[in-house]
Design a protein around this ligand. Structure first.
Ligand code: AMP
Length: 290
């Protein structure tokens, strides 16, 4: 199976190739045919499976070959600013030759830039639920012509308490639309939401990927006051390149970051109290190995 079997427009095909995608991933192979046919899809898949392109490509294809430019026709809702930016990066990369315009909408940044982009006319919005609802309430977004709605990482949005916002948002969207719903897990509340908003969906499921053989798990039962020393000892005696450390609170993330820096490690923390610039800096720094 190759991408050429889906009859994407040459402008889009060129970008699929430029991204180095040769064969569709399993979720793409399962999702692309029904999504391209306009069917609702419920996809059980985690990030890293290629699911972004599974909904972005059919959206670009439809908006590129049919309809008017600069009319809001696609809405993608995702739980975090980082995911929103990643999805938009995929839209920009794959849609480079289509002339379609997208905007990202999330809190923690000035609303003026978002308003000015919206006024210029966009085809696709990628948004976090909270700020999107602010825009809806202010009347800065009109969904009358919306054709495609994507909810990505629905279970994370639920965990973060966004379910009421999502219900509110959906009330403003025309019933006549294609809806794509992605979630890594399907607890009962998420299933209920999916059933309420999807019409005769095609369900696809990508088997949970097992942890790679190269990963070793180690568990250290340790008292709270010894944790930092234990961490330093592990870091000192283990050969590592990049290291990701998760903490329970923002405060601990920040504190640990400072302790690591004092010890001479090139560390950064990534937590919700940082400005979007600082968050992006931390992510870029990690990616570049700085
Ligand atoms: P996602 O699960 O959407 O976050 O995608 C994970 C990664 O896989 C991203 O870096 C994509 O660029 C990449 N990717 C998506 N589709 C393909 C494909 N068909 N072939 C190779 N890489 C892909």
């Amino acid at each position: 199976m190759t991408f050429s079997s889906y009859a994407f427009a040459p402008e889009i095909m060129a970008q699929i190739e430029a991204q180095g995608y040769t064969t569709p991933t399993p979720i793409q192979a399962q999702a692309l045919p029904p999504v391209l046919e306009g069917k609702d899809v419920m996809g059980l898949a985690q990030t890293g499976t290629g699911k972004t392109a599974a909904f972005v490509l059919p959206m670009l294809q439809r908006f590129f070959v049919t309809g008017e430019r600069g009319k809001l026709r696609g809405l993608i809702v995702a739980p975090t600013r980082e995911l929103v930016e990643q999805i938009n990066d995929t839209i920009i990369a794959l849609g480079k030759n289509t002339g379609l315009r997208s905007v990202t909408i999330y809190g923690g940044v000035n609303i003026k830039g978002q308003l000015s982009k919206l006024r210029q006319g966009v085809d696709i919005i990628v948004a976090c639920p909270g700020r999107l609802l602010d825009h809806i309430q202010q009347g800065s977004i009109n969904f009358n012509q919306l054709e495609m709605l994507v909810l990505d990482e629905a279970d994370h949005m639920f965990d973060m308490g966004f379910l009421p916002s999502i219900r509110q948002i959906i009330k403003h969207i025309p019933d006549r639309r294609q809806t794509l719903f992605f979630s890594a897990t399907m607890p009962p509340d998420i299933r209920k939401l999916a059933h309420a908003i999807l019409k005769s969906p095609v369900t696809i499921e990508i088997g949970h990927t097992e942890a790679k053989d190269s990963i070793t798990h180690v568990f250290f039962p340790v008292n709270h006051h010894l944790k930092t020393d234990l961490l330093f000892s592990i870091l000192k005696h283990t050969e590592t390149k990049s290291v990701l450390i998760f903490t329970r609170t923002k405060h601990r993330a920040k504190g640990l970051d400072q302790k690591l820096q004092k010890k001479g490690y090139a560390a950064a923390s990534l937590q919700g109290n940082l400005s979007q610039n600082k968050r992006q800096e931390a992510l870029d720094g990690f990616r570049d190995g700085k």
